[in-house]
Design a protein around this ligand. Structure first.
Ligand code: TEU
Length: 519
């Protein structure tokens, strides 16, 4: 637990606070709930947890609208609960990473409240991006990631920028006071004992000079592949160099992971240069289709981009913003079969892995939540055409019985309803069943501890539908196509009972994977 380079090969589990465990029966997950379920993470075998925002917030965007970055929202608990959670996690050998949201604040943040009543041109307005309009319209053509214009007008005729919801005004990072304040927020949580940060919208802080029109580069879906005047601007890197100095001033040094959606692995790698951040989520991997050629291209591209800068690659399949990968990969049993194979692929790759709560249970995206319960601002901002991200945020089933399947005390009602049938996906139902996805996660995570951590990946055989490689003492094969034969040195772990072993010959059916150890 004392290795300062732990993060280079860590498995980090994302806890979406609202949906993990509810200790007090209000239907919403909270910090004491996380504390009570840390045993699950220790038994699963992860190294750390990343906890999504739990700061005081009007909850217009699940807490990514922060009104006070130094507190805990009463719905989630208290600062003492946060301290207790960090202490409990540490005593179990688990590190704790918290979210920081530097691109915007909540409109309820005192800064924004002051800005609203202050005059145009005042220092209070200078902490945000207030601008005069163009004619009767907003200052430029930028669109919110959540839909609709990225500008909202105020009474005196100025407009303020919000790349997300109107209740999430973007702050102006060219203002020195903004920079100083966020450095102080970093120190606040580091002094409380956290091991690092996940930086929300890390690619968005700096906007192009003069706020030029985006032109016809459409925001939705395309944003991550296009050059946009508000994403992935050169100026963000200087900010992260100043953050790195703060992280490095602690002993042992603390870490940071960037949530940066960029157009290719080379752009992502710029966030993890030696004097910048430690890691960046690999969304190129998350976005790849279930295809040997696509995944291989992303793996090769990622390793080629990260190794020259000396940073570990990261591998991510799901998070609270995207459709769960079981569902992306196929409907029902097909998705589950592929998710088993994807797990062995992901955990065999060199670098660090991020898991999203519930993926170890094979929870599917809930596609049929009643409209009356949807809370994602995307639902409203899209004019009720896009259902948004609630379907991957449905509360975790822990037990077979109980009104909330163990998410909350009996009698309580989770903030989003758990579908029929989730009782059989619960931690309780899967525990001890050797064929369950949960037990595959536990076994694979245990075996991964013995894998040579900083070894290079070496491709062994591969075809258009087959990936076979070694990573140090671990061999891994994943078959995406019709049954194929692979040469192995004794099987260690198989994702399906249909895999056939004959000495060193392994027959892998479609959508299965195997690990073996290499002496
Ligand atoms: O997300 C940033 C982001 O650009 C996307 O993940 C976006 O939410 C998604 O593409 C919409 O379909 C971060 C957080 O992870 C997300 O939950 C927040 O809503 C967002 O920032 C604003 O803080």
């Amino acid at each position: 637990a004392t290795d300062p380079r732990w993060w280079r090969h860590a498995v980090i589990y994302q806890v979406y606070v609202r949906s993990f465990a509810d200790s007090d029966g209000d239907g919403i997950g909270d910090l004491p709930g996380i504390r009570s379920r840390l045993g699950h993470l220790a038994r699963l075998g992860v190294d750390a947890l990343w906890i999504t925002p739990f700061y005081p917030s009007p909850m217009a965007d699940g807490g990514y609208d922060v009104a006070d970055p130094r507190g805990v929202d009463p719905v989630f608990g208290t600062l003492d609960d946060a301290r207790g959670l960090v202490a409990d996690a540490h005593s179990l050998g688990l590190r704790v990473i918290v979210d920081i949201v530097p691109n915007h604040t909540s409109a309820a943040h005192p800064w924004f409240q002051e800005a609203l009543t202050a005059a145009p041109g005042s220092p209070e307005r200078g902490r945000y991006l207030f601008r005069p309009g163009r004619g009767d319209g907003p200052p430029n053509d930028w669109e919110s990631v959540f839909g609709g214009p990225a500008w909202t007008g105020v009474a005196d005729g100025e407009w303020y920028l919000h790349l997300f919801d109107a209740s999430q005004p973007d702050v102006d990072w060219s203002t020195p006071e903004v920079r100083t304040e966020y450095l102080a927020v970093l120190r606040f949580w580091l002094d409380l004992g956290v091991d690092g940060f996940r930086i929300d919208v890390a690619h968005g802080l700096v906007k192009a000079d003069g706020l030029p029109d985006a032109g016809d580069s459409d925001q939705h879906g395309v944003a991550v592949t296009q050059r946009l005047p508000y994403f992935d601007q050169e100026g963000v890197h200087e900010i992260y160099r100043s953050w790195r100095a703060v992280l490095d001033s602690y002993s042992p040094p603390r870490v940071a992971v960037a949530e940066a959606w960029t157009r290719d692995p080379a752009r992502t790698a710029r966030y993890v240069r030696p004097d910048e951040l430690h890691q960046a989520f690999n969304f190129h991997y998350l976005r790849a289709d279930w295809s040997a050629t696509d995944l291989r291209a992303v793996i090769v591209g990622t390793l080629a981009a990260t190794s020259p800068v000396g940073a570990p690659a990261t591998w991510v399949l799901s998070n609270h913003d995207v459709q769960r990968h079981v569902t992306r990969y196929g409907d029902g049993p097909l998705g589950l079969r592929r998710a088993r194979a994807a797990l062995l692929l992901t955990l065999a790759l060199p670098g660090s892995v991020y898991l999203y709560q519930g993926e170890e249970l094979g929870l599917p995206e809930v596609l049929d939540l009643p409209e009356s319960v949807l809370q994602d601002p995307i639902w409203r901002r899209s004019g009720f055409t896009e259902r948004g991200r609630d379907g991957c945020r449905v509360p975790i089933p822990w037990t077979r019985e109980g009104s909330a399947l163990g998410f909350g005390p009996s009698g309580s009602r989770p903030w989003l309803p758990q579908p029929d049938g989730w009782s059989e996906l619960s931690v309780e139902a899967q525990t001890g069943d050797p064929r369950s996805l949960l037990e595959l996660y536990r076994t694979a995570l245990r075996l991964r501890r013995d894998v040579t951590p900083e070894a290079d990946l070496e491709w062994l055989e591969s075809g258009p539908e087959l990936l076979v490689f070694r990573h140090g003492n671990l061999g891994c094969a994943v078959n995406f196509g019709p049954a194929a034969e692979v040469t192995v040195s004794g099987p260690l772990l198989l994702t399906s009972e249909q895999c056939e072993v004959d000495g060193t010959n392994l027959l892998l059916p479609q959508d299965t994977a195997a690990w073996w150890s290499i002496p």
